[in-house]
Design a protein around this ligand. Sequence first.
Ligand SMILES: Cc1ncc(COP(=O)(O)O)c(C=O)c1O
Length: 374
Amino acid sequence: MVVPPDVAAAIIAADRPVCVYVYDRATLRANVDALRAALPPGTKVAYAMKANGDDRVIDALRGHVDGFEVASGGELAAVAGEPFVLFSGPAKTDADLRAAVAAGAVVNVESLHELRRLLVYGQPKVCLRVNRTHPALPGTHAMAGVPTAFGLDESALPAAFGIAGDVVGFHLHAVSNNLDAAAHAAFIRDAVAWALDAAARWDVPAPIINVGGGFGVDIAGDGRFDLDVFAAGLRDLDLAGATLVVEPGRFVAATAGWYATEVIDVKRTHGRWFVVVRGGTHHFRLPASWGYSHPFTVLPVDAWPYPFDRPGVTGATVDVAGEQCNPRDVLARDAAVASVRAGDVLVFANTGAYGWEVAHHDFLRHTHPQFMIV
Ligand SMILES: Cc1ncc(COP(=O)(O)O)c(C=O)c1O
């Protein structure tokens, strides 16, 4: 993996010992553009900011996406003033619902009880989140087609329309990290057909059909979500006046982030090489939570501040361990390196989504990483 020159320059300019996330505006925007080009014309792209809610990332995407998908009152506040905001989440508080109505957000309503509470606060824009019955999609975090805490059962629709007459559409997010573009296109076709049918039945004119996110990124391998296959699968999709909405998170942010962390020590115990870094899984959580080894590149740093020898190893297989007093704090295992020394910097690409956001930052109170955008 080649570290782009502007990203490498930012890493080299970081404070020592280096521990930094670098995000790249151009990649964020290019990912939006690529996805948009594969979707039917007029589709609204709402960035799911849960994937990376850094203010610099949000600012880079303002005006470039059609809107934002938020999942908490905090996220809603972060995009205050944006014209198109969609609010999901199965446990919205009354304060969340009040703020969503005041902000003019589309509320993706997750239950009948939530719908009743929402209507207390005025004239909301209601999309009914429906957990439809459909075959499971490939990917992770299945949220529809299986029993989950998300959305309404299809059988609850008559009751929902009995409570709220002026629903604006349906929210049908189903899965995360699906790399099978043909299956995802088929899911969207099926979701659109279902929503158009439901809209006709319940008299929802020109509905919003929100098919959510879930466009996958193979962060540690060389698979990919094939946008040509995806576009072919959606060709000539007739939306019959509906507005299609997608909520990509991972696809926009994953490849736009690099996590770089300095090697503090290199050592061998019980016949195994360990490269110990200043950061770890409390900054980039995915290797620990998904149980895989994240690829990295060694950025050599020749400066060495001590008068004594520099620990290092050449031509070896190493584990990259973090700074926590916890043997599970491992970013990479059995990784082949040509050379790595204390003071060098390891750069992990494809770390822009669900890395920092889902990590337990304050475990052990280590200093947080720096954050930069290029
Ligand atoms: C409602 C909703 N929309 C969008 C997303 C974004 O999913 P992804 O990052 O896989 O595109 C999620 C992820 O959990 C979600 O729950």
